[in-house]
Write a protein that binds this ligand. Structure first.
Ligand SMILES: NC(=O)c1ccc[n+]([C@@H]2O[C@H](COP(=O)([O-])OP(=O)(O)OC[C@H]3O[C@@H](n4cnc5c(N)ncnc54)[C@H](OP(=O)(O)O)[C@@H]3O)[C@@H](O)[C@H]2O)c1
Length: 356
């Protein structure tokens, strides 16, 4: 970095070529179990369960083939978990039939309590999942198990080990076991590499899904369509026609339960390194060969490789409603250094924002 060059590391745990999925041609007929680990937490109630409910509402999850398990250490009953999340599911109280749908959906949820580093809890979880699979007469080996880690990354390794030891789908008759891990994936390159290596020892790359829920936002999703499926924008979206790009992140609410998470990881690391870099990639990348995840990833990587590290301290932080004057803010804050070239800052409504 000191030389102004990116250091490219070869990551043995990730395959470079398009991932071969051995089961691609085997029809998926078995029942689906979605296990939300850390079900008692903030992310689970605010994002994960509501997202599952939306899939259910739109018919992507069928009640005759899916079952959802919540798992965490907190000792609560099925009904207590359901009551915790119920209020987060209804986003449009006036929508006809929604409260019945919520009740039906909640009946699909069962809660299992256990620790993250001992076998007892995961054996119990496996028993519950297997009971559900048998009740659906799912052919052995055809069932699908999706483990969603709504957990602090510090427990990912032990949870991965326990899943591998106690909860894997038994065979591959169209069935599978997959894990979904939320960003942030570690705190820096070292911890990220370490986490990748630990999880990579236990699961094949196609079984691991690293997710940034921000990319599910409609506006972000629409960027690809706007850019590459729109004949007006496609030929115009380049440096000859665009003078500058501003990516402005604004939230009109407070930390809302994320205080501990921000204290631990930092809002800059959370928002910029994850969400906004992804948006930057979607805005700046070339058209991918196809919409396959690996092809989109390859184009994003090219964008990141093209970004020059900043050399001088000229970055100002967002996240401040200026109570005094902007000038006072700019002169008193210590500018932070990030591995990106931020061109300038902009001021709007008394708020300072980053300009890429
Ligand atoms: N909340 C958000 O908006 C948000 C946004 C982006 C990403 N994330 C990421 O999503 C994941 C979950 O976030 P969250 O906000 O839901 O976290 P959280 O509420 O702090 O933790 C989720 C659950 O994990 C268990 N847990 C918490 N701290 C633990 C520890 N030190 N050791 C073992 N178990 C612990 C707790 O369940 P039990 O005590 O019942 O076991 C807790 O209910 C994290 O990786 C976070 O970085 C969260």
């Amino acid at each position: 970095m000191g030389s102004g060059q990116w250091i490219m590391e070869k990551r043995s745990s990730l395959r470079n070529d398009s991932f071969s999925r051995d089961n691609d041609n085997v029809p998926e007929t078995g029942c689906l179990s979605i296990i939300v680990l850390g079900a008692s937490g903030d992310l689970a109630k605010k994002k994960t369960f509501p997202a599952l409910f939306n899939l259910y509402r739109q018919g992507f999850l069928q009640s005759n083939e899916v079952h959802i398990f919540g798992y965490a250490r907190t000792k609560i009953s099925d009904d207590e978990l359901r009551n915790r999340i119920r209020g987060y599911l209804i986003n449009d109280k006036s929508a006809p039939g929604q409260s019945e749908q919520v009740s039906e959906f909640l009946q699909l949820i069962k809660y299992v309590s256990g620790s993250y580093d001992t076998e007892e809890g995961f054996q119990l979880l496996d028993k519950e999942i297997s009971a559900h699979e048998s009740s659906k007469n799912s052919l052995e080996g055809s069932s699908r198990r999706l483990f969603y880690f709504a957990l602090p990354p510090s427990v990912y390794p032990s949870v991965s080990r326990m899943i591998k030891k106690c909860c894997m789908n038994r065979s591959d008759l169209g069935g599978w076991t997959r894990i979904v891990v939320e960003k942030p994936f570690g705190k820096d390159l070292d911890s990220s590499e370490k986490l990748s290596a630990q999880i990579g020892e236990l699961f094949e790359e196609p079984q691991i899904y690293r997710i940034d829920h921000y990319l599910g936002k409609e506006l972000v999703q629409n960027l690809l369509v706007l850019r590459f499926a729109n004949r007006m924008f496609l030929p115009l979206w380049n440096r000859d026609n665009i003078d500058n790009v501003q990516i402005v992140f604004r939230e009109d609410f407070g930390t809302e339960g994320r205080g501990g998470y921000f204290d631990e990881y930092g809002i800059i690391r959370d928002i910029i390194q994850n969400h906004l870099l992804q948006v930057l990639c979607l805005v700046a990348m070339e058209k991918p060969v196809s919409l396959k995840p690996e092809h989109i990833r390859d184009e994003k990587v090219k964008v990141l490789q093209s970004v020059l590290p900043i050399k001088e301290r000229r970055l100002f932080l967002d996240n401040m409603m200026a109570t005094g004057t902007i000038q006072q803010f700019l002169t008193t804050q210590t500018p932070q250094l990030l591995p990106l070239r931020f061109c300038a800052y902009i001021m709007k409504d008394g708020r300072v924002s980053l300009l890429y």
